[in-house]
Unconditional design. Structure first.
Length: 628
């Protein structure tokens, strides 16, 4: 989340309490395909034309064996000697059929490829966007690597299937039907032999499909887990090195890779078995056709006049026309399970509702200027957890500078998240100028309320680009004006490349203090009416500290500001201090007044700070361990 974005929430949503991302695993195959088509309408475009080409391609294939049979029986073996004209005609017909089949197959594949890639690009884009609209808590609970896997590797699986699978499966079924009909016209007995040879495969398909669905569901999950295991130590490389835990980290990665390998082996085992069964069936069918065909010829055991050499040879060709699509179909069904498992997971993202409703254009407008903030009997519990805020009921005057203090885990950040509508309260309401936050459009809220977190996230780009997250249309002059207004113009000018300075990944080319300065310019550029600040705790050198202090001072001018304070100097400078203890606001008032109340929570915090002052900087102790 960027340092100065206020909130993001989805546009359509129903309230929910779960934080888990929909895995989509409960979706049946047809529901998955229906939802997939809904989310990628491009997949349906031109489907009829593609299907017509597929019919043409498979129809053309049947022509060749028929031409061979006709040539053998009525051309080369004609009653009055070789009928050259007929033989040539059949040859030309077969050649034309081969050309038509080739062209139609090429066009069909090209169209399928384009439609699939277009459809999946849309799916990827939608999934990426929706990730941003997901509830904050859901984003936090889902491992980042797994989330990335869903929009990359899972979509790739779908892509491969759609290009080579989807329609080809329908075509294969069509080819099987056509081959069966043509075979039956030649000889119902041999057709029966072929179907009997494939009966075990057909009968076991459902069983294999069930097993494959399960197995590939596990494979896709393990791909996500593996990416998480790899990406986490890359992001946390500094910690891994400084604590020399590379071996332990590697062990975790190895374990994830092993689990993925085991899951893939299991899935591949089923695939290999069904594929070999297909091979055995094909062998049986071919042998059966030749043996039974010969037995059915006029001088065979079950001699019939209808069975000619041409028919047996044509039948052998027709069997390959039957076997080909059956093996293709079996292969596609196998791949389909892998692809469907991936598709389900991507759809799972899209079907996870964003939990914060955005009233959009119907939202109540917020007047501009310093905002009055009201917590109306607010209570909050994280999903599945105990309540962490209880009956917070207070009003903060417009334009006031408020510091929120309290021990670690007391609920300060939760208050900030509710104030910026990163989450909605479980009980009560949060109001800005009397308007319930739930009734304010996201666009309006983003304009009026800005959160500056402790560690403002910087993107690997120039300083100017990072600052523009505050206001996307800001030109350089506006950025410089903001820096000047905060007294940071000379700092900016002192940077070797000024606004074009590249900040590195996560802003690592800047010092912690400099990153804070960037976050402040960003916030100033956004020009909010309510500023919510989570004060940084990291120590910076005294000169920079003073700079930050002065910039903050200017940033807060003429706005309502709520600061989660970790320094006593911040509390001292505030108009009002809110003391949070175990999820309740137990004291409020100016610093001097609160500090004078002996025995109070605030007096305790103050005393421990004073005790520490000799040893450290002016920090409010935010944890029990820090208290004297
Ligand atoms: N995402 C979360 N899921 C579940 N519980 C949470 C979550 N975030 C915070 N909590 C719990 O809510 C309580 C209040 O946390 P909060 O972050 O508001 O405290 P805080 O006063 O800001 O602490 P700190 O000074 O350490 O930042 C804590 O008990 C914490 O464990």
């Amino acid at each position: 989340m960027s340092a100065t974005t206020s909130t993001r929430a989805g546009s359509t949503a129903t309230p929910r309490t779960s934080t888990a991302l929909d895995t989509g695993e409960s979706l049946g195959a047809f529901t998955t395909i229906r939802l997939g088509m809904k989310h990628s309408p491009e997949l349906r475009e031109g489907l009829r034309g593609t299907f017509a080409l597929a019919v043409l391609a498979s129809g053309g294939e049947v022509v060749v064996p028929i031409a061979v049979q006709q040539t053998l029986d009525r051309g080369l073996g004609a009653d009055g000697g070789v009928d050259l004209g007929f033989t040539v005609l059949m040859g030309l017909l077969a050649a034309a059929a081969i050309v038509v089949t080739g062209v139609a197959s090429y066009l069909m594949t090209a169209r399928l490829f384009r439609a699939a890639e277009r459809g999946l690009a849309t799916l990827r884009t939608k999934a990426f966007r929706h990730v941003h609209d997901l509830p904050l808590l859901t984003q936090n609970t889902e491992r980042r690597g797994a989330l990335v896997a869903r929009v990359t590797s899972d979509v790739d699986q779908v892509s491969q299937f759609l290009v080579f699978g989807g329609l080809l499966f329908v075509v294969s079924v069509g080819q099987i039907a056509v081959a069966t009909v043509v075979m039956a016209v030649y000889s119902w007995q041999l057709t029966l032999v072929v179907w009997l040879a494939f009966a075990p495969l057909f009968l076991s398909l459902r069983y294999f499909q069930r097993k494959l669905t399960e197995a590939y569901g596990v494979v896709r999950r393990q791909v996500g887990a593996m990416l998480s295991a790899v990406s986490e130590p890359v992001v946390g490389a500094t910690v891994v090195r400084s604590y020399a835990v590379a071996d332990r980290t590697q062990a975790r990665i190895d374990e994830a890779i092993d689990r993925h390998k085991a899951a893939s082996f299991r899935a591949q085992g089923f695939t290999a078995f069904s594929f070999s069964l297909g091979g055995v069936s094909a062998g049986l069918a071919n042998a059966g056709v030749v043996v039974v065909g010969i037995l059915l010829m006029p001088d065979g055991w079950f001699g019939t006049d209808a069975m000619t050499l041409g028919t047996v040879i044509a039948f052998a060709f027709l069997v390959t026309l039957f076997v080909g699509p059956v093996q293709m179909g079996t292969q596609i069904l196998t791949d389909a399970q892998n692809a469907l498992a991936g598709w389900r997971r991507v759809i799972g993202i899209l079907e996870t509702p964003a939990d914060l409703t955005d009233p959009g254009a119907d939202g109540e407008p917020l007047p501009s200027g310093p905002i009055e903030v009201t917590f109306d009997h607010v209570g909050f519990a994280y999903p599945g957890g105990r309540p962490v805020l209880h009956d917070v009921d207070l009003t903060l005057a417009p334009g006031s500078r408020v510091a929120v203090v309290g021990e670690t885990g007391s609920g300060k950040s939760t208050i900030a998240k509710l104030l910026t509508r990163l989450m909605d309260p479980s009980e009560g309401r949060v109001l800005l100028d009397g308007v319930d936050l739930r009734h304010v459009s996201q666009a309006d809220l983003r304009r009026s309320v800005v959160l500056v977190p402790q560690e403002g996230f910087l993107f690997d780009d120039t300083l100017a680009a990072n600052v523009r997250y505050g206001r996307t249309d800001a030109d350089e002059a506006a950025i410089r004006a903001s820096a000047d207004a905060l007294g940071l113009g000379d700092w900016l000018a002192g940077l070797p490349r000024g606004l074009d300075t590249r900040v590195g990944q996560r802003g690592e080319s800047l010092s912690a203090g400099e990153r804070q300065l960037v976050a402040l310019i960003r916030a100033h550029l956004a020009d909010p009416d309510l500023l919510v600040l989570d004060e940084a705790t990291s120590a910076v050198d005294p000169a920079l500290e003073m700079r930050i202090g002065r910039a903050l001072e200017r940033l807060m001018r003429a706005r309502t500001s709520v600061t989660i304070a970790h320094r006593l100097s911040t509390a001292e400078a505030a108009d009002e201090v809110l003391v949070v203890d175990h999820g309740r606001v137990v004291q409020r008032g100016p610093h001097a007044e609160l500090a004078a109340r002996t025995g109070s929570v605030y007096a305790g915090l103050h005393a421990s700070w004073v005790a520490q002052q000799g040893r450290a900087t002016d920090r409010v102790p935010s944890g029990a361990g820090e208290q004297g």
